[in-house]
Design a protein around this ligand. Sequence first.
Ligand code: ZN
Length: 246
Amino acid sequence: MRVAVISDIHANSTALECVLQTIDQLQVDQCWCLGDVVGYGPAPQTCVDLVRSHTDLCLAGNHDLALLGSLPLADFNPWAAQAIRWQRQNLSGDALAWLQSLQPIRQREDITLVHGSPVQPAWEYIHDVRSARSAFSHSQSALCLFGHTHIAEAWQQSDGRKQRIRAVLALPGESLALADGQRWLLNPGSVGQPRDGDPRASFAVLDIDAGAWTWHRLEYDIDEVLAAIAQAGLPEMLGRRLYLGW
Ligand code: ZN
C-alpha cells in the first residue's frame, strides 16, 4: 500500500491544491493528514473541505485544538492567536464539528500517527536527539509519522544494544529505505508553512510494502496567498515568512 502523508496545511489552500493535484497523479492508495489543517492562513474553510474530501484519516493539531478552545490561545504567539480568532468566525458549524471529531494520535497498519510526539501528541516537538529518543521510548511501533515542526526530516534508532539516534535526510524525490526491524520517526514537512528554509510545499509518500519513504517539494503561487492574507486583514508577516520558508 502506498500512502501520501501531508501535515501542517495551516489554511493555505493554494499550497494544498497544488499538493493534492500531484498526489492524485501519483495514484496512491490512501492519504493521511497529521493535523494543523487550520491556523495562520487565509483559507480555513476551503482547507477543511479539501482535507475532508481527499484524506482517509486526519489528526488534530495544536492549532486545530486551539481554534476549538481545547488549548489556551495564550500559549500562541500574537499573530497565530489573531489568525485563530479570525478563523473561528470564518468556518461553518459543520467544519467545526468535523475538527472536533479529530484526535492528535492514531494507530494505522501498525504505524503510530501523531501530530507532535507520542510523549505529548498535540504539543511536544521532536526536534533533537533527546526529544527523538523520548518519542521512540513512548511508542511501540517501528514507524511513527509526525508533524508539528514543519521540517521534512527523519530520525532513526539503530537496532543494536546502544540504540543510537541519528537524523537522516534525503533529497526530494530520493527514497529512504526503511528496512525491516529498523525504527523510524518520519516527518513529511509542512504543506502550507515550511520552516526548513525551503519555501516549497512539502509532503511525502510512504510505500508500506516496499519499505520506502520519499519526500516531495512543490512550488506554488505564494503571491496569491499573500494577497488573500491582506484581503482577510491578517498580519502581513504571516505571508512574508512563506517566501523564506521559516
Ligand atoms: Zn503546525
